[in-house]
Design a protein around this ligand. Sequence first.
Ligand SMILES: [Zn+2]
Length: 290
Amino acid sequence: MQKGCAFLMFWASFMFSVAANADKTEDVAHLCQKITQKLHSVNLEECQSFDFDTHKISSVLNMPLLMKEFKGVMDHDVPKVLFIAGIHGDEYSSVSATFKWLKILEENHADKFHWLFLPLANPDGLLRKNAQRMNANNVDLNRNFPPEGGESASLDYWKVKTAKDPRRFPGLLPVSEPETKAIMDIIDDFKPEVIVSVHAPYDLLDFDGEAYAPEKFGPLDLKLLGTYPGSLGNYAWVRLNIPVITLELPHAGIMPKNSEIRDIWEDLVFWLKNEHPKIKSAQLKSSPTS
Ligand SMILES: [Zn+2]
């Protein structure tokens, strides 16, 4: 009797996991289809071939957040890099270029890094009829992270410094949006040593971190934009001590040339290899000892 019962429980849990996997595959296939309808530079077969995972938290309109991990051989010694694109839904090139970088990695991953890619952090913003910077609740996700200076700091800044620019609305409260929660959850679980965040169209490289800032990645030169309360850069660096490199591509609707995409990638990898020991030792020094 007990054996039969255990078998039934095993069978039920097996069938549940098969059904959950089938749902996940269907969700990813559906999202890939929508992405490729919007971004002609992303190929449907290529999107499906990445075999994306999805985060347990979905977007406001219940779209999955795609994730792709490339593990390093020695997890403790290789740089752990979280790569986030498309947090602003109208910056098409950030998502398109990130699919090219995923392809480069798929073909050349040498296990010297541990990567986690989130290629489309704001699917609702990109996939609506007229793409928009904000998510489906009209919140700028890149202002919705916990700010320094208390809960109302981002909203106060928005009212006073941006004259209530609707494109930069931080939400009524920090972390009000599921996409923000998901990114924080991913940071918490993955514990990246560096975050790369891809935007457009300011044509530069921005850096939240210390003296080891990169000077140039491909055609992008370092030019510090300053920090905004509630931004990912501000949250990750100021509150978590994780440096954030922001790649601002030159045009939101036009991809960089293939040679520039490759140059940006090679410079990023070179910088990570050289600077990772310094970043790691700075993080170890600043972390509590007991
Ligand atoms: Zn942006």
